[in-house]
Ligand binder design. Structure first.
Ligand code: F6P
Length: 532
């Protein structure tokens, strides 16, 4: 296939653009601009079969403990299971508990939205600050941006994740503590960054309101760890729970979505869940050749392992999806950025590509040059909507024209003869040639509704699962983040002391510089430039 071009494939089959396309859950996937033939697809589907994908899907939905390194089930699909369904983990049906939490979230969200959740001084809450990181931040942030159109504009939402104090200070600089509610979101409730920010938030509230009793009115928690929530001082009556079978990066539709529900209301949140669930049903039931997550996952495997593509661009042509690539980075790379198989063997093939992207058309005026004419093969997922939520003037027609034009230009390029025929002088021809043959998918939905967002996120969740199955990795653990966390604890203590240093010479030298700056600030009140 290396030498087969999309021009040839389209010339040979006038129906290709209609044939290699698929609709599910309100999403239309055009995958015709991929470097595949029917034979390629047949072989990729056979690979999925040989990899035991069907059994893996069944095992996940059945609540088997497929996250083997942590001994856990993987049941984000249960978070959006309808009330009357049942999903069993360790002999117990988890669906009633899911709906009980959803009902508590809804009651709380309605109270806040109605201005009936009062702060310590009796003033109604108007500002919601979610404190969390990773999956306890990226989903809420992405959903807040994506669903802003549906949000209660009377409420202000902020998100604090970075342990850099600037994040907290800037997020709260213009907020009135008497009218601010913090949602401390952390599955474990031990994540260093989140706890540091939560402590600063508590100090910020108490500084202003002066009474420890204020914590009860200004803090709620979302966590699986009631003991730590209580130890922090948040009343567990104000805690919204979830379960160890929900991975952080798969949790935006659990109680971690509390800020989303407050913003858009319980009914619209229900629509979001319905969109997730529709894609779950499709993934579970559709034959692989007509299964959107299966095809999307296999195409990534195709380019990664057979063409050596190192990255995958995700290019939403909708400003509301501006944080979607960042969200996908954790979902994809924390899931499949692995180099040992489920049974601990080192892989001898590549696993997850890097995911990245920006909304169109901004990306076009920045990095698309490389995608068109650079030396990297960058498969692209274009995401577009037939109708705009903000249909002003001719904007949506122009936006749509751009996404369609980019996919066309990447696929078919422009030959030297075509460039010459435009009257281009010979010396300039090579610069203006577009090789083309650069693959892309186009995902098209009608409008960016909560339901459409749910289906879109579930589509990628399941595509990641398909990739992980082919690569035989555990897509649900993340041991790779542990070493840095442990070392940071040691270094944090060393930065506050003068103990002997036993790191490598580079780390030792850097720590000494910070210590020198610390000491000079302590003695003179200012930083001695020489210490830098
Ligand atoms: O360090 C990575 C990670 O464990 C992510 O997987 C997770 O989403 C994030 O930290 C936050 O964890 P928690 O919700 O427990 O604070």
């Amino acid at each position: 296939m290396r030498d087969v071009t999309l021009r040839e494939l389209f010339d040979a089959d006038a129906t290709r653009g209609d044939r290699l396309a698929l609709s599910a859950c309100g999403i239309y996937l055009d995958y015709s601009k991929n470097r595949v033939t029917d034979e390629t697809l047949r072989l990729l589907l056979a690979l999925a079969g040989e990899s035991g994908l069907r059994a893996r899907i069944d095992a996940m939905f059945a609540g088997e403990k497929i996250n083997v390194t942590e001994g856990r089930a993987v049941l984000h699909t249960a978070l959006r299971a309808p009330r009357r369904s049942s999903v069993t983990v360790d002999g117990a049906d988890v669906v009633p508990a899911v709906h009980e939490v959803l009902a508590r979230m809804a009651a709380f969200a309605d109270t806040v939205r109605a201005g009936r959740w009062l702060g310590h001084t009796g003033a109604p809450i108007a500002n919601i600050v979610n404190i969390g990181i990773g999956g306890s931040d990226l989903g809420p942030v992405m959903a807040h941006e994506a669903l802003r159109h549906y949000a209660d504009r009377e409420l202000t939402f902020r998100f604090v994740s970075n342990v850099d104090g600037t994040d907290f200070v800037e997020a709260t600089a213009d907020l009135d503590p008497a009218r601010t509610l913090f949602i401390v979101s952390s599955k474990t409730f031990t994540t260093a960054e989140t706890m540091a920010n939560a402590r600063s938030a508590r100090a910020w509230v108490l500084d202003a309101l002066g009474d420890p009793a204020a914590v009860a009115r200004h803090f709620v928690a979302v966590s699986t760890n009631a003991a730590e929530v209580g130890a922090f001082g948040i009343d567990v009556a104000n805690m919204f729970g979830f379960w160890d079978w929900v991975g952080g990066r798969y949790s935006m539709d659990s109680a971690i979505g509390l800020s989303t529900m407050i913003a858009i209301g319980p009914a619209a949140f229900g629509e979001l869940l319905a969109g997730f669930h529709a894609m779950d049903d499709h993934f579970r039931a559709a034959p692989f050749e007509a299964n959107m997550p299966v095809l999307l996952g296999l195409l990534t495997v195709w380019y990664r392992n057979f063409f050596g593509a190192r990255t995958q661009a995700v290019l939403p042509y909708d400003q509301y999806l501006k944080r979607f690539p960042a969200y996908l980075q954790q979902l994809t790379m924390e899931s499949n950025g692995k180099s040992v198989t489920l049974d601990g063997r080192a892989v001898d093939y590549d696993t997850s590509p890097l995911y990245w992207g920006e909304p169109g058309t901004n990306g076009q005026h920045s990095f698309y040059q490389l995608i068109h004419q650079g030396t990297e093969l960058v498969p692209c997922d274009f995401i577009a909507f037939t109708r705009s939520l903000n249909p002003i003037g001719e904007h949506h027609r122009l936006l749509t024209a751009n996404v369609l034009a980019q996919a066309e230009a990447l696929a078919f390029g422009k030959t030297a003869d075509e460039v010459r025929a435009e009257g281009t002088p010979d010396w300039l021809v090579p610069h203006r040639v577009f090789a083309g043959n650069r693959p892309s998918n186009t995902l098209l939905a009608d409008r960016l509704t909560p339901r459409a967002l749910g289906s879109l996120v579930a589509l990628y969740e399941h595509a990641v699962f398909v990739q992980g199955t082919i690569w035989e990795v555990n897509s649900f653990d993340q041991w790779g983040v542990e070493l840095g966390k442990a070392l940071a604890k040691t270094v944090a203590a060393e930065l506050a002391s003068d103990t002997e240093l036993a790191h490598d010479s580079s780390t030792n030298a850097l720590i000494r510089r910070f210590r020198a700056a610390r000491d000079s600030t302590a003695t003179t009140g200012t930083l001695d430039a020489a210490s830098l």
